[in-house]
Design a protein around this ligand. Structure first.
Ligand code: ATP
Length: 271
């Protein structure tokens, strides 16, 4: 190996390692209502590697959304710090794309205009913007709907536009809070496969929240279980399933075993 090749490999590895790595360091969050203080999150410590797909599950009210909003920079931690590639999060940023439940599309803009909205705000020239929207229309299989308005789309399509719009900003991290919670069962399965496809192509880091254990196992490389009082991590599971998640993976003995373990842990916590 020549010196140049070695230098290039080291550079590539360093760049890959520094692309969307999240560090959550001693994060806590308290809310004050009148004289009472409520601790929504305890002392959360968590490292998410660049390009990792991590899902958080846990009972309602355990602080999943609060944690995600802190990583997004939409809410401030009471204590502790979050960094992305070593840079402290102090507010929302284009390095972190967000997709939430429900469709936060601009109803007065077409699908293409919704996708190009972020790049346009950043002053990306029209031809470049067009190339970006073409890429994400293709990846999310929405090419023939580019000129439709959101109200002319199905729920699954709208959610695909929301994902395409988040990706069009070139985020290193995709933060998803129950993005498929409102979809019917069949569309949800299609969206899960579409998301894995996008993730494989775009190499973003994904932090995903869901109530659906099947969804968590199907999508993730790692699953974290949270409990309330105050919100904290009580379990961590590596998902040892084939990297390529075909529908058959749902019948895999390891899938079913993990499903039973997670269900039992969550049931115990909610009792
Ligand atoms: N702005 C706020 N003011 C006061 N309390 C809040 C606020 N936001 C969240 N909480 C409380 O913090 C706790 C965690 O809320 P959070 O929405 O993070 O839970 P969650 O795990 O995402 O729940 P769900 O699964 O139902 O969405 C809850 O008890 C909630 O009532």
């Amino acid at each position: 190996m020549t010196k140049e090749t070695l230098a290039r490999e080291i550079r590539m590895e360093t760049e890959a390692a520094g692309h969307g790595a999240i560090a959550i360091r001693g994060v806590g969050k308290s809310y004050r209502t009148g004289k009472t203080e409520f601790q929504a999150l305890g002392n959360i410590r968590l490292d998410i590697a660049a390009n990792e797909f991590v899902t958080i599950v846990g009972p309602s009210g355990c602080g999943k959304s609060t944690l995600l909003r802190i990583v997004a920079g939409l809410e401030e931690a009471s204590v502790g710090e979050v960094t992305v590639d070593g840079v402290a999060v102090v507010g929302p940023g284009a390095d972190r794309g967000m997709v939430f439940q429900g469709y936060t599309l601009f109803p007065w803009l077409t699908v293409r205009q919704n996708i190009e909205y972020g790049p346009k705000l950043k002053g990306v020239p029209i031809l470049e913007r067009r190339a970006v929207s073409n890429r994400y229309l293709r990846i999310t299989r929405l090419e023939s709907f580019a000129n439709r308005f959101p109200k002319q789309l199905s729920g699954g399509m709208k959610q695909r536009v929301a994902i395409a719009r988040a990706l069009a900003n070139g985020p290193k991290v995709l933060l998803m809070d129950e993005p498929f919670g409102a979809l019917d069962a069949q569309t949800k399965l299609e969206m899960q496969e579409a998301l894995l496809d996008v993730w494989a192509k775009e190499k973003t880091t994904v932090l995903f929240i869901t109530h659906d254990i099947d969804e968590a196992i199907f999508l993730s490389q790692r699953i974290l279980v949270m409990a309330a009082g105050p919100g904290r991590m009580i379990g961590e599971y590596q998902v040892a399933l084939p990297a390529e998640r075909t529908p058959e993976v749902r019948e895999h003995p390891d899938f079913l075993k993990l499903k039973r373990e997670l269900a039992s842990l969550l049931k115990h916590k909610e009792a």
